[in-house]
Design a protein around this ligand. Structure first.
Ligand code: AP5
Length: 192
């Protein structure tokens, strides 16, 4: 099973993908988490990406596609995997198609999480408040100004993936405004 989670920042992609991955025993591949891990480890990759991510822009298509291409070659991805935050541009989607075609694999479904902009900003503020309350480190791109920039980048560069995948008959739209449990139930129904 290969599932893509598509949606704006704060839509709940990570929350849902982690839960569904745990239930199905397949990995959740988050390019955002992979890049943040590279930054935290001080690798060359992390150094290359930090300024771009802090500004709320997208890192290069070739770079993220290279990371995903290597990751899905690993043994644990054989039964399937969930993509969270990738692809994010039409170019990334085309490159992913090329990678999967070479491996004889196909995307099963693209789950589009739909959430209003103001709710997204509320969720960002809650995430920041929760992280501070737990004494954790707030993401450097989780301030309202950068978050609104990320929303703009989503609308310009990532939203065109909805018609791209609709043309392939792969999109199922999930009402992401509902409670976390309700959204999980909608996703389970879409996957069954
Ligand atoms: P990335 O890490 O992918 O961030 P994002 O897409 O902006 O998404 P978020 O992690 O902010 O939100 P989410 O949808 O996962 O929501 P969450 O579940 O946390 O990307 C960060 C950066 O990395 C990019 O800007 C770019 O620079 C770079 N990057 C990454 N991938 C790239 C790529 N492919 N190409 C180029 N660059 C790339 O939920 C948010 C909050 O809401 C949480 O507090 C959660 O508890 C809460 N919540 C979730 N669901 C609900 C609900 N139903 N009701 C109420 N609250 C909810």
């Amino acid at each position: 099973m290969i599932v893509i989670f598509l949606g704006p920042p704060g839509a709940g992609k990570g929350t849902q993908a982690k839960m569904i991955a745990a239930r199905r025993g397949i990995p959740q591949l988050s390019t955002g988490d992979m890049l943040r891990a590279a930054i935290a480890a001080g690798t060359e990759l992390g150094k290359k990406c930090k300024a771009t991510m802090d500004a709320g822009d997208l890192v290069s298509d070739d770079l993220v596609t290279g990371i995903i291409g290597e990751r899905i070659d690993m043994e644990d991805c054989k039964p399937g995997f969930l993509l969270d935050g990738f692809p994010r541009t039409v170019r990334q989607a085309e490159l992913l198609d090329e990678i999967l075609e070479k491996k004889g694999r196909i995307i099963d479904v693209v789950l589009e999480l739909s959430v209003d902009d103001e709710e997204l900003v509320n969720r960002l503020n809650s995430r920041v408040a929760e992280t501070k309350a737990k004494g954790g480190e707030v993401r450097s791109d989780d301030n309202e100004e950068t978050f609104r920039k990320r929303l703009g980048v989503y609308n310009e560069q990532t939203a065109p993936l909805v018609p791209f995948y609709k043309d392939k008959g792969l999109v199922k739209t999930i009402d992401g405004m509902k409670s976390i449990d309700d959204v999980t139930a909608q996703i389970e129904a879409a996957l069954s």
